[in-house]
Design a protein. Sequence first.
Length: 432
Amino acid sequence: MLTNPVFLSVVVVLVLSLAKLNVLISLIIGALVAGFLAGIPLGQVMEVLVSGMGGNAETALNYILLGALAATISQTGLDKVLAQKLAKVIKNNGKVLVLLIGLVSIFSQNLIPVHIAFIPILIPPLIPLMNKIKIDRRAVASALTFGLKAPYLSIPAGYGLIFHGILRDEMSASGLPVDLNNIWQVMWIPGLAMLVGFLVAVFISYRKDRDYDMDQVDLDQDEADLSFTSSHLMALIAAVSALAIQLTIGSLALGAIVGIGLMLLTKVVTWSSIDKMLDRGIGMMGYIAFVMLVAAGYGEVIRQSGGIEDLVASIVDLVGNTPFLAAVGMILVGLFITLGIGTSFGTIPIIAAIYVPLALELGFSGPATILLVGTAAALGDAGSPASDSTLGPTAGLNVDGQHDHIQDTVIPTFLHYNTALILFGLVGASIL
């Protein structure tokens, strides 16, 4: 196992990321390592990497255009108005603010499924308030990641319906027919694990005050009350219209374009400012878009390396026919795969084809198999340097350069959520 190309590649990506090498470059180096160890010519590795990037092309476009929409809405000042109103509601209670942010993040997955698009709109205007009441931004990052991930694991609505649908289809194709009811009746367990990790992060690990440099923020929370104007109303209508387009047609990109178009037609923003808004959108979300593109290419490289099957086989040889140890092995392999790829959704097809026959052969029940596959796929999405569940929070919290992606988002979410998921997954699989 220690010579397995996937194992070593993921280790390289994680070590380089922890050493604060840019995540995008770390992924490319990791792909080259995987390809080299698998005997694939380096030129061909780059071809596979580039061709595989198309798997996240739509996601990348969505993020850039949603970033432009967020920048355009911010230009109207609507975000500052909302932030000021929220500040009055919480009355300088940091824990209430963190819990509210977590609640909004949950809604972004199910009630109003905009995923990370709300972060660049809501979070930057709240940074001065967070600094004033000395909130540890690691708690906020944990709240955002919890809301971005826990709902799709446990609730079959919004992004959760997509996740559960992929899980159902891939498990059925691998020899274990299941329906959506079978899945949600089991996947509440990892959702509960996420909740435990969230509460530990907010009320234990990061409960103490943390000082930030106030001079780094050019927003003033003590300014006079901001009034709600017609421009703010049109910006709000544009945001709702973008949401309506997404829910009815299913296109985030089209929704963003419609939202920006409405603000142009109503002259809330000027035609000449669009270039600036797009530049700001790329600045906020473009990096995430490119990391997601490279992560998709990296995933294709490790799939073609043949190392995933060998890694699972090594685990099986190591644990023998002991179901509990096999469950440990399956979950840990899922963790490594997802840490590298950065997406739970993209990990399911890789591991379901291998894990389902293995779990059935070892005597796991249907619900236990669902839990093992679902948990193994979910592991690493929180805590992966290349996951939008970590990149999104960092993009919002690092507007003043005082929130490190690895130290303040990746490591906290990895420790709190993956530890809980592993424990709950193993106990659940043993009981079901």
